[in-house]
Each structure stands twice: as C-alpha cells, then as structure tokens.
Design a protein around this ligand. Structure first.
Ligand code: UGY
Ligand code: MN
Length: 243
C-alpha cells in the first residue's frame, strides 16, 4: 500500500528525522554481500557519517582509514584486527582507531550501526586504541540524579577519544530535564520504545527504528511515551576545542 506521499521523515537545516519508510539502500566501496542505509554524512551537514549496515552471512564491511565505531543491533559479526579477534553480538560494540587494518564479517544475517569520523589529534593525549565491549557490562548512571533516565557511556571518557557514544534509557513518562542547546552534534538511533522529540521548533513523534541527526546548537528535548521504556544510541563529538 503506497503512502500517498506522506512520511514523518523531514530534513531541516539543523536536524534530520529519517524514518524507515524512506530508507534507501546503497553499497559502499568494499562492501560484500551487504548494503548500507546512510542516515547522515557531510553531504547532509554533519562532520561524521552514520549508517546502518545490513549484512548477509559472510557479508563484509569495506575498509576505512577513518576511525570507526560499530554497535551490533542483530546477528553476529567477527571483528579481526592485526592483534585481536572478537565476535560482536547484539549490544556488543567496538571502536577502531584511524588507519587500523581490520575486517568485519557477518556469521549470519546481521545489522550494525556504523559511525565513522576523521580523527582530530591533540598533542596532550595519546592516540586511542581499539576498544571492544558489551553494553550489558557498561556502568549505567542516572542523568542529573533522575533514576528514570539512565545513561551508559560505551567509550572511555579519556581525551584520547574525540567522540562519545552512549545509550540512554527512559522509563515511560521520563524526560530530559531541560531543552539542550549545545555545540556538539548528535547521531541518534531509536532502539526501543518511543516518545516525542523536540528538534528546533518542531515536536516529532518518534519510535524504534527512527534515526535523528541534530546539528550544532539544535534545540533538543525528549519525553518518553508508552508503556515500555524508550532507549536510544547517541553519538556526540566530544573532548575537542571548537576552533
Ligand atoms: O549527551 C547529550 O547531549 C544528550 N543528553 N542529548 C540528548 O539526549 N539529546
Ligand atoms: Mn544533547
């Protein structure tokens, strides 16, 4: 059934809401038996790229010289670097520094969040190293003392890292305590549940599977609605001077 030209997706100067009914698959260089839904990139106004990679069994990601973050949504994929081997299962994640040779191969039908960004070196911190973990083993802390909004920081806070990726889980009815306006940009994938996202001067109903990009200084607020918790994975640039 066609949708008569309607969609919740919208592309604004300082934000994008990208809903699954509008996803178009593409194959990025080096991908094998895999496709990508590129949610945001420099072409859309961001300083990073975020895509969902959908891999068949034996499918592979292409290589990159940029730093890369992977979060497994479904399936299982083997990450091999020059010195290590890990299998990523749902909730598992990996950070791979720039210029680090690696392969990512699906064992079964697999969906991955992939974030790539040129690394911004600073003299005062050593280059980051490969970091692999699982969300379930990451500390959950309340946001601003609100136990109903829990944050898990997947990457170390060390200034070696120039971005952060967190999960945020809201109990039904919980909300951000303020409208945030900040220099950092966000790439956000709704993982569970839903609610209302304020982006700029618009309020959008959002649900699991939706992607949001928030540009620098985009006013933002979220309130969870429904009978189940709402959860999202959120990227932000971090630890660097604005100039
Ligand atoms: O970390 C953040 O800036 C986060 N609280 N923003 C958001 O959830 N929109
Ligand atoms: Mn924010």
């Amino acid at each position: 059934m066609h949708n008569l030209g309607h969609t919740r997706s919208t592309n604004q100067r300082d934000h994008l809401l990208h809903t699954p009914d509008t996803f178009v698959r593409t194959v990025l260089p080096g991908m094998e038996r895999a496709a990508a839904v590129v949610h945001i990139s420099p072409a859309g106004g961001a300083a990073f790229t975020q895509y969902t990679a959908e891999l068949e069994p034996g499918g592979k990601l292409g290589s990159t010289s940029n730093q890369r973050f992977i979060y497994a949504l479904e399936g299982a994929a083997d990450l091999a670097t020059d010195t290590s081997f890990h299998t990523l299962i749902p909730g598992g994640f990996a950070y791979i520094p720039e210029d680090a040779t690696h392969t990512l191969t699906a064992q079964q039908p697999t969906r991955l969040v992939v974030i790539e960004k040129p690394y911004e070196t600073i003299a005062s911190a050593p280059a980051p190293e490969t970091f692999v973990g699982h969300e379930d083993k990451t500390l959950s802390v309340p946001l601003n003392d609100d136990p109903d909004v829990q944050v898990r920081s997947l990457l170390p806070g060390s200034p070696s890292f120039d971005f952060a990726v967190n999960t945020m889980t809201y109990q039904p009815g919980a909300a951000l305590s303020m409208v945030e306006v900040h220099i950092m940009e966000h790439g956000l994938l709704m993982l569970e549940g839903g609610g209302i996202y304020r982006l700029g001067n618009s309020w959008y109903p959002v649900t699991a599977g939706d992607f949001i990009w928030m540009g620098p200084y985009c006013p933002q607020w979220f309130g969870a609605i429904g009978k189940h918790p709402a959860k999202y994975l959120i990227y932000k640039d971090w630890n660097r001077h604005p100039l």
